[in-house]
Design a protein around this ligand. Structure first.
Ligand code: ZN
Ligand code: ZN
Length: 217
């Protein structure tokens, strides 16, 4: 997200018609009036259903234009430039409301992904499994970056990667399978296997699990 937009989202706008706090919304793709955008990715809109502008708008538009619609009060971010928007029902724009906290956490996640991608280039030289795991366990991370991380996981050949992956719920089954194959090759390279009974990692040649006592082959 554009840093300017991030700043705008923190703004507080109050509706002059009802004195309620206005909602920060994603702009509709085009300005219905003139076919141009609003020139802003976000807008502040009063979505209070008790707002007098909205309540009285129905009769006004009915009388003036003869159709069923009303007005919502709107302000552009970074200014007090205001306007009214025509809406056909009370729910218009409500799905476009931006939750600043949610957005902030998305940004934090994205930043973490970006940092991890950068650290991938040196992760083998630094013997650093962390960025690899960050990407592998981040379901929202870019698939290409996760696949790259998986290649580095095999190169790092660190048994520490196994538990977090085994305990992770993957949404992408194909990717989970790739991770399982990578784990298998890491176990093999370390002369290890997983006990089929307790899933602890044991020596490949063990016939009895040292953790649960189960006979393994
Ligand atoms: Zn209002
Ligand atoms: Zn066992």
């Amino acid at each position: 997200m554009h840093p300017q937009v991030e700043k705008f989202i923190q703004e507080e706008h109050t509706c002059p018609h009802c004195s309620e706090r206005m909602s920060c919304c994603e702009s509709p793709p085009v300005h219905v009036g003139d076919g141009l955008g609003w020139g802003s990715e976000i807008l502040f809109i009063c979505l209070n259903d008790m707002c007098p502008l909205f309540l009285n708008g129905w009769a006004q538009i009915e009388n003036q234009y003869g159709h069923h619609a009303s007005y919502r009060y709107m302000e552009l971010p970074g200014s007090r430039e205001s306007n009214v928007m025509m809406v056909g029902n009370a729910d218009a724009f409500k799905a476009a409301v931006i939750n600043p906290q949610e957005l902030q956490s998305q940004n934090t996640r994205y930043q973490k992904e970006k940092d991890a991608v950068k650290a991938l280039d040196t992760c083998v030289a630094d013997n650093n499994l962390e960025p690899v795991m960050t990407l592998l366990l981040d379901e929202a991370a870019d698939r290409v970056n996760r696949s790259r991380a998986l290649e580095f996981m095999v190169q790092l050949n660190d048994l520490e990667c196994i538990d977090p992956i085994r305990n992770h719920a993957f949404r992408d089954i194909a990717f989970e399978n790739e991770c399982n194959l990578a784990i298998r090759s890491i176990l093999k390279a370390n002369y290890r296997k997983e006990c089929p009974s307790c899933f602890e990692i044991i020596k490949a040649q063990a016939v009895k699990c040292m953790h649960c006592g189960e006979t393994v082959k």
